[in-house]
Design a protein around this ligand. Structure first.
Ligand code: HEM
Length: 564
């Protein structure tokens, strides 16, 4: 999702060895650059090192003053918030939260109110959990808040929906929106259905054994299978083959290696030097790839960069589809139909560029977006399904109501209209995502134009984040039944439009919402028609959440199945 390159090395020892080699080479490289610069400058000025030192100290003082100044942002506008530490701001306090970082925001909301300020590094961020403010910012005054804060280590030339801004984002969104319309989804449901059938075969085997198992991994494979089928028309064997390279690469993208962790940390604390961190990261990857390709046996030590690998596969698939006579109905075909570039286009060809007024996508935009859908659609949907299985296992009464609804209203015809008529199923999923939102960190906005909301003057460049947990557990918004209780029927009452935010809100909400709901509903229906989900010994004891991009169950979801 970051769109950044990454190298993975198999085991710990290999990483240490590599880290050591890399350190040596970096040190040598730096020394060379240093010597070269000194000899170059001393050619013109004899007292180079003194001048360099003085310039460096002056720049450092200016930079530190800037940092200290930014820590006074909220004092100036009279906003409360936790006290920041120098350089890190409140970032470490967030990371050190025993549950997960997003939960720290909820604690601060309780302490400082529904609008407060905190610092990530020295970047001031306003945290909001007032639904009226959220509605105003993300819907009514959207034209002043159409960007997000760039992701740490985000490449500067990244041009997909999640990353781009302004006119570029508007054009891309207008072109891609129809791809996810109900009419198009109706045509794709058969593909999702087939992937669900493959899951049932696996579940059958596990049910026979009458043992407790982690369903999380199976759901990951299923959602990846669905997105491969629906996005690229690849009929993969992910669900049967544990070593499937697509599955392994996608999983690797969400795991950070040491270099990536350090650079992500630096990029978070010092975003103004992002170009430096991104380039160090890029060159480290190129360097490791070079070693892998040129030094014997290194291919066993250094793995291929999963982002590069996946992107090259996406490129091949696009090329093949362009040449094929057979036009499937899937995301790739719909987006190809909406794009305009020559068949021979590639990332560096002139047809890679399009004018902002044109209602079309360039080659690189198509490539990046298809790649984004693959990653954005796989982890989120499988995590949602995992939470749903956990809730099913721990709420037998609600599961019975759901099974009755499915039995009485659905025969074998799982078409788009029919599955969307199931009211209780819809409320059940919404209630689960209210209690277990998956990607709260991504619901953030950056102000593009000075404006005023609820009397608060907002300057261009100010960052905002939503404290989703405070909104989702607010008794005023979700009462009278206690929001800590799982109660799907609460959705029968009309709620504030900004009270339910798992997919964000406004023109820049999740473009895959309908697609995700379709695959989640269909998969659940298939499971519940055949089985009852039961809890086992590990269901509660192994349930622990953690947050890396998304909030997900750390040790999987352990359940038992009983055939109906
Ligand atoms: C349960 C599943 C999913 C959840 C919880 C989820 C959540 C989110 C959230 C919270 C956002 C940010 C919205 C905002 O800022 O207001 C988002 C954006 C996005 N999601 Fe999803 N998502 C899911 C599934 C999908 C799927 C299946 C796809 C694609 C096939 C997808 C593609 C995207 C894209 C491209 C964006 C960026 C939209 C833009 O900036 O215009 N998501 N998602």
């Amino acid at each position: 999702m970051l769109g950044s390159c990454k190298i993975l090395v198999g085991q710990r020892q290999k990483r240490i060895l590599l880290g050591f080699c890399l350190g040596l080479v970096l040190a040598y490289g730096l020394e060379m650059v240093h010597q070269y610069l000194c000899s170059l400058i001393s050619f013109f000025v004899p007292t180079t090192s003194w001048i360099l030192l003085i310039v460096f100290v002056i720049l450092l003082i200016i930079y530190i003053k800037q940092i200290l100044n930014s820590y006074r942002t909220f004092q100036r506008i009279g906003l409360n918030g936790p006290k920041p530490s120098f350089v890190v701001g409140n970032f470490i306090q967030m990371l050190k939260h025993p549950k997960y970082p997003s939960f720290r925001l909820t604690e601060w909301t309780k302490q400082y109110g529904k609008i407060f300020g905190f610092y990530i590094g020295h970047t001031p961020i306003i945290c909001i959990s007032d639904p009226n403010f959220i509605q105003e910012m993300m819907v009514t005054q959207f034209s002043s808040f159409h960007s997000r804060r760039p992701l740490p280590l985000q490449q500067l030339d990244l041009r997909h929906l999640l990353a781009c801004t302004g006119q570029e984002w508007k054009r891309q969104r207008q072109v891609i929106n129809p791809t996810f319309s109900p009419n198009k989804l109706k045509e794709m449901i058969e593909l999702v259905n087939k992937c669900g059938d493959k899951l049932l075969i696996k579940l059958d085997e596990l049910c026979e054994k009458q043992m407790e198992f982690d369903i999380g991994l199976l759901l990951k494979r299923t959602t990846l299978d669905i997105i491969f089928n629906c996005a690229f028309g690849i009929e993969s064997d992910i669900q049967n083959n544990i070593t499937d390279p697509y599955f392994q690469r996608c999983a690797q993208v969400f795991k950070f290696n040491l270099i990536q962790m350090i650079l992500t940390f630096l990029s978070t604390l010092f975003p103004e030097f992002n170009i430096v961190w991104v380039n160090i990261f890029r060159y480290c990857n190129f360097f490791l790839l070079w070693i892998r390709d040129n030094i014997p046996f290194m291919e066993y030590l250094i793995d291929v960069d999963p982002n590069m690998w996946l992107q090259s596969k996406v490129e091949n698939v696009i090329k093949k589809r362009q040449q094929s006579e057979n036009k499937r109905i899937d995301l790739l075909q719909l987006m190809l139909d909406a794009s305009s570039f020559h068949e021979s286009a590639n990332l560096s060809s002139p047809s890679n560029e399009v004018s902002q007024s044109a209602r079309t996508l360039s080659y690189s935009e198509l490539l990046m977006n298809i790649y984004l859908f693959m990653l954005a659609g796989y982890e989120t949907s499988s995590t949602a399904l995992s939470y749903l299985c956990y809730v099913l296992a721990t709420h037998q009464h609600e599961q019975k109501i759901l099974q009755n609804e499915i039995e009485h209203n659905l025969t074998s015809d799982f078409n788009y209209e029919n599955i969307n008529k199931l009211e209780y199923l819809d409320m059940f999923i919404r209630e689960t995502l209210r209690m277990y939102p998956i990607a709260p960190f991504i619901v953030n906005r950056k102000c593009n134009d000075d404006c005023t909301i609820n009397g608060m003057q907002i300057k261009h460049g100010m960052n905002f984040i939503i404290d989703m947990f405070s909104v989702h557990y607010d008794p005023v918004l979700w009462g009278p039944t206690d929001p800590n209780i799982f109660y799907p029927e609460r959705f029968k009452t009309k709620r504030h439009p900004a009270a339910w935010l798992p997919f964000g809100i406004g023109p820049r909400n999740c473009i895959g919402l309908r697609f995700a709901m379709m695959e989640i509903k269909l998969t659940l229906i298939k499971i519940l028609k055949c089985y009852t989900v039961l809890s086992g010994e590990k269901t509660l004891s192994h349930f622990k959440e953690h947050e890396v991009f998304v909030i997900s169950p750390k040790f999987g979801i352990w359940i038992q199945l009983q055939r109906r």
